[in-house]
Design a protein around this ligand. Structure first.
Ligand SMILES: Nc1ncnc2c1ncn2[C@@H]1O[C@H](COP(=O)(O)OS(=O)(=O)O)[C@@H](OP(=O)(O)O)[C@H]1O
Length: 355
């Protein structure tokens, strides 16, 4: 072997240039009891190059780590805007129903590492002014997400606005739709309670529920009273089914979501084609709130705000019965449309949970 060799003999450096020394020669030359041999790759210049390449590789790894999820813990970096993330139009929308638990559902889903959720109700499809801004504006309202994450938005007014299904279809005919429904009597009471709070904020007088929901002349339920109307689930569902097949719409049981959220969320994960990444242990019942809260990266228990889970006023039993009668047929129609039954028309079940 020809070339320059560096030989350490008892701590001293010796150079052998173009001597007819080969590796075997050096290796077996017993110069002393402590001899080390190093070939050309270990020259200071080469060492510096190796060191430089190592540093560059490390920097490259760090950059990849921050911009992609497979190396670092995805959970830690998913909620911030970093390389490879961008705002995307929603892959899934929660269309309602208003006061049926839409916020709770979105809050639970937000914990999933493969989901990003819009912070607020965007009202793109139901508000003409927003709709006129176009898809570019809509996209800008969405959170940043990785390519493999789903973006979800919730606006409960979508369910009842007649123009919405067609508009959603025009944007994305394969979008996944989540609808959450709740006992229509309780939903109606909750809806009116919400309006009362808004009215109080504006300094308006608040009337008792019974007075608002009954027609003063006949004493019957005022079928055109908005909170009552919004509980005719069959009417709105029919409109959605004109555009989307039933298997594209997953229906969440809002009463079950209150009583035991885990199984409902599990079914949603399946519907969305996601792994089951929200364990049962993440749902923590909060006795003070009287509802389930959820563990997040930053909170031991994230509970919904005070405007969710308000205690309902006592409503006269007679009025409750009248409401049940009004909803009975609508409920049956809805069950048929969605091929799924809920307990609302089941007297035994309803009396068991005191409704
Ligand atoms: N975990 C948890 N915490 C608090 N509240 C919960 C929860 N799960 C479901 N709910 C029920 O959600 C009801 C509010 O529904 P929405 O979020 O759809 O309301 S809104 O339409 O967005 O205003 C709200 O209705 P009210 O009880 O009438 O306030 C709750 O019953």
């Amino acid at each position: 072997m020809k070339g320059t060799f560096v030989v350490w003999v008892e701590g001293k450096v010796k150079e052998v240039t173009n001597g007819r020394m080969n590796y075997q020669d050096v290796k077996y030359t017993q110069l002393s009891n402590k001899t080390e041999v190093c070939s050309r790759c270990c020259t200071p210049r080469k060492l510096f190059t190796c060191f430089f390449i190592l540093i560059v590789t490390l920097i490259g790894l760090l950059v990849t780590c921050y911009s992609h999820t497979s190396i670092c813990n995805k959970h830690d970096y998913q909620k911030v805007h970093i390389r490879l993330t961008k705002r995307r139009l929603p892959h899934c929308i929660i269309i309602g129903a208003r006061k049926a638990g839409t916020r709770a559902l979105l809050t639970y889903l937000k914990v999933h590492p493969d989901i990003q959720t819009a912070q607020y109700e965007v009202h793109f499809f139901d508000n003409q002014e927003n709709y006129d801004f176009g898809y570019g504006w809509y996209r800008k309202q969405m959170p940043y997400s990785f390519p493999d994450q789903l973006t979800i938005e919730k606006s409960p007014a979508y369910f009842t606005e007649s123009s919405v299904p067609g508009r959603v279809y025009s944007m994305n005919s394969t979008i996944k739709i989540l609808l959450i429904v709740r006992d229509p009597v309780q939903r109606t009471i909750s809806d009116q309670l919400q309006l009362n709070f808004k009215g109080l904020d504006m300094g308006l007088e608040v009337k008792p529920f019974e007075e608002l929901v009954l027609n003063p002349k006949t004493g019957n339920i005022d079928m055109n009273f908005k909170p009552v109307q919004r509980s005719y689930y069959d009417v709105y569902m029919k409109n959605w089914l004109k555009y989307f097949p039933l298997n594209q719409i997953h229906i969440v049981d809002g009463d079950q979501l209150i009583a035991d959220p885990y199984p409902e969320v599990y079914k949603v994960e399946s519907f969305l084609g996601l792994r089951h990444a929200i364990p049962q242990s993440d749902f923590v019942y909060n006795a003070t709130k009287g509802f389930y809260c959820i563990k997040t990266d930053t909170a031991y228990q994230k509970c919904l705000s005070g405007s969710k889970g308000r205690s309902h006023p006592h409503i006269q039993k007679e009025v409750i019965e009248k409401l049940k009668d009004v909803f009975w047929k609508h409920n049956e129609n809805f069950f048929e449309l969605v091929n799924q039954r809920f307990f609302w028309n089941n007297k035994t079940m309803a009396s068991k949970i005191g409704k």
